[in-house]
Design a protein around this ligand. Structure first.
Ligand SMILES: [Zn+2]
Length: 180
């Protein structure tokens, strides 16, 4: 008889001080990291819930990888990619790769619950369909402030045309036509 031991490191802090911590409702083993006190599971049923996947999504976004590519490579949904943006508050550093974009879509997602704030948390993001790239994003209330925050991040980038659904806050802040 022999036993196979598999060492699992914490996906949050990479510590090896990991102990069993009961079972989840769905029957899967729950683990606890003695170092950072975070809980995790050895195998995630939903790939998007895996902290390693979450980290990869953030890295790929920061390196301006296409959203469609991220979905394909990591086998996650667009909702999962976007919710990872939202969870970052405004901490993720995304720099547009080009100086000039012909058309940029401003989209909004509002169904995610932010960590710090209770209730609905809005994610606003600038997306270029041609390059499939998220150029910038902004999180907060559904207000002109959040729009301004987004546009501030797009400073230094020439955008010929913004496409967006009609929304008051945009009308107040977004330049009517080309900025030039
Ligand atoms: Zn840890």
């Amino acid at each position: 008889m022999f036993e196979v031991q598999i060492k699992i490191n914490c996906p949050h802090c990479q510590s090896s001080k990991v102990v069993k911590n009961g079972k989840k409702k769905n029957g899967s083993q729950n683990l606890l990291c003695r170092n950072c006190q975070k809980q995790f599971q050895p195998i995630y049923r939903y790939r998007g819930a895996d902290p390693t996947t979450k980290r990869l999504i953030r890295r790929l976004l920061e390196r301006n990888n296409g959203v469609r590519d991220i979905e394909k490579l990591l086998e996650v949904s667009r909702k999962c990619v976007l919710s990872n943006l939202c969870r970052q508050g405004n901490a993720l550093k995304i720099q547009p790769t080009q100086k000039h974009y012909r058309s940029v879509q401003i989209d909004e997602v509002w169904s995610f619950v932010g960590k710090r704030k209770k209730g609905k948390y809005w994610l606003l993001y600038a997306y270029c369909p041609q390059t499939d790239e998220v150029l910038a994003y902004s999180c907060g209330g559904r207000s002109a402030k959040t729009v301004r925050q987004l546009l501030k991040k797009l400073k230094g980038v020439e955008i010929e045309q913004y496409c967006t659904d009609h929304w008051k806050a945009f009308a107040q802040v977004i330049p009517r036509q080309s900025t030039r």
